[in-house]
Design a protein around this ligand. Structure first.
Ligand code: R5P
Length: 230
């Protein structure tokens, strides 16, 4: 069911795309539905150029005949359509469950707006049930980890970090970095936490997306609805 909802949300968001647009293309299972819908529209004559947010998305988009570019070629995009792991009422997000949040955030920030696609289980009253992905450079991992723990403690949050993939086979992002997932529970002040995390040398980016999403297409048992910030 959840996958059908993801597909419905993704297909509904295609309404936002017009010929001539430059669009950011997200990553993940919901974004994959969007890429497939976009591929069908392109085959039917829609003329867009896309900037993918991961190698995975790039490969699928290429396979489907979607014209691609980089942010070096096109530094400003009309919109980005992407999934999310959690969405709060202010349309603040947690992203990075698939490890793509660094490129996703760069692409979203280069876009006039970010449109989120999701099934209704992603809507939460308060962010934090989904572990927060924190992308770090491998050099100095121990020191970076200690600095993150210090920040979490200062915010009164649980200090529980796990290296994605484990020490023997750590997950490596498209940027060649690693991910520490922070099991936090409710995050009382996401903006303050976001600022403190990104200020740590060694932290490349975290999965809190604040002030980026303009609207969300959310699908559930009652169909698709468009959600804007409360
Ligand atoms: O790193 C991955 C992305 O942020 C995804 O957009 C996010 O994890 C949601 O993925 P899914 O649509 O598979 O639930």
């Amino acid at each position: 069911m959840s996958d059908d909802w993801k597909r419905l949300a993704a297909e509904a968001a295609l309404d936002e795309v017009r010929s001539g647009m430059k669009i950011g293309i997200g990553t993940g299972s919901t974004a994959e539905h969007f890429v497939r819908a976009l591929g069908r529209a392109v085959a039917g004559g829609l003329d867009v150029v896309g900037v993918p947010t991961s190698e995975r998305t790039a490969a699928l988009a290429r396979e489907l005949g979607i014209r691609l570019a980089t942010l070096d070629e096109i530094p400003a995009l009309d919109l980005t359509i992407d999934g999310a792991d959690e969405i709060d009422p202010a349309l603040r997000l947690i992203k990075g469950g698939g490890g793509a949040h660094l490129r996703e955030k760069i692409v979203a920030a280069a876009s006039a707006t970010l449109i989120v696609i999701a099934d209704h289980t992603k809507l939460v009253p308060v962010l934090g049930k989904f572990p927060l992905p924190i992308e770090v450079v491998p050099f100095g991992l121990g020191a970076t980890r200690a600095a993150i723990e210090h920040v979490l403690a200062r915010h009164g949050l649980p200090v529980s970090l796990s290296l994605r993939g484990g020490a023997d086979h750590p997950f490596v992002t498209d940027g060649g970095h690693m991910i520490l997932d922070a099991a936090l529970g409710a995050i009382p002040d996401p903006a303050a936490l976001a600022a403190d995390l990104v200020a740590i040398p060694g932290v490349v980016e975290h999965g809190l997306f604040i002030g980026l999403a303009g609207k969300a297409y959310v699908a559930g048992p009652d169909g698709v609805r468009v959600v804007t910030a409360a």
